[in-house]
Ligand binder design. Structure first.
Ligand code: MG
Length: 290
């Protein structure tokens, strides 16, 4: 049993803590524009600083995040999204020229009809006119209904982040191929955690959160990271990407711009795309909304 004086000491200590909390609430409430002790405080000025941050716990001065109006239905673009393809035209894109047009940006020749854009075999990859670094990306795609070929020849395309880091698009419905090349793989680096593929012809979603690499003085300072959700199923969780996409080799990072175009790969199969939108990501505490 504890000595009585200790119990009294604890009780007294508790009272002091409660009194301090009441005073703190009162002080914070005073700083709120709505005033009055019966109102909930909108922040504090006397709380401890959060370790590793410049802000106090519940800091009244911490920037409040700006408002974003979500899409009316899941999958629809929120108010701050850049809509890259809305089913009507490919005006946000250019096609990478081939052969005599290599290195040139050409008008897009992929087929646009019935609300989707379909890859035309033997034509070029397409790239956005807009450039992106850290981003959230929503893409819907469908493999050709008619199954042709096998392994990497079946419904192959790809989401090339910054035109070089590929999240694989492939018909992975009963289609055996190497693990780091199936649908949702960080191509050549990491297989998806699971195979969440739908059947050929069915619309599938990718929701991709991407952190661009950082370079300084020609050296990699921070590698890229990616989170990928396929049809609502997590495939990668803040996974480090080891380098650019390559086939049968390991490619090292080469310094590039902080923002680069997003690219869709033409792998000579009639993969379809629709409802493509992106959000440029901003860091914590960079908003200043009232
Ligand atoms: Mg591919």
């Amino acid at each position: 049993m504890k000595p009585k004086s200790h119990v009294i000491g604890l009780a007294a200590g508790g009272l002091i803590l409660i009194a301090a909390a009441v005073a703190q609430n009162r002080d914070a409430a005073k700083t709120a524009s709505n005033g009055g002790a019966e109102h909930a405080p909108i922040g504090y000025t006397d709380t401890p600083v959060i370790p590793g941050q410049k802000w106090r716990v519940h800091d009244i001065n911490r920037p409040r995040p700006r408002k974003v109006t979500p899409g009316a239905q899941p999958g629809q673009p929120p108010s701050d999204a850049i809509v890259l393809f809305d089913g009507k035209n490919s005006s946000h894109w250019v096609e990478m020229g081939k052969r005599e047009n290599a290195g040139k940006a050409m008008p897009v020749s992929w087929k646009v009809e019935n609300g989707y854009m379909e890859c035309v075999p033997q034509h070029g990859d397409i790239a956005t006119k807009e450039k992106f670094g850290d981003m959230q990306l929503h893409v819907e795609w469908a493999s050709p209904v008619e199954i042709q070929g096998e392994s990497q020849n079946r419904g192959n395309s790809g989401i090339l982040l910054m035109s070089r880091y590929e999240i694989q698009v492939l018909d992975s419905w009963n289609n055996k191929t190497y693990a780091d090349g199936q649908a949702g793989a960080i191509y050549g680096w990491w297989p998806p955690l699971v195979n969440a593929a739908r059947k050929p012809g069915e619309w599938q979603t990718y929701d991709i959160m991407f952190e661009a690499p950082r370079f300084a003085n020609g050296q990699l300072q921070k590698p890229p990271y990616v989170t990928v959700i396929h049809n609502g199923v997590l495939l990668h969780h803040h996974q480090e990407i080891g380098g650019p996409m390559a086939h049968r080799i390991v490619r090292s990072f080469e310094p590039h711009e902080a923002e680069e175009p997003l690219m869709l790969q033409n792998h000579n199969t009639k993969v379809r795309y629709r409802n493509i939108w992106a959000r440029k990501l901003t860091p914590y505490d960079s908003s200043n909304s009232e």
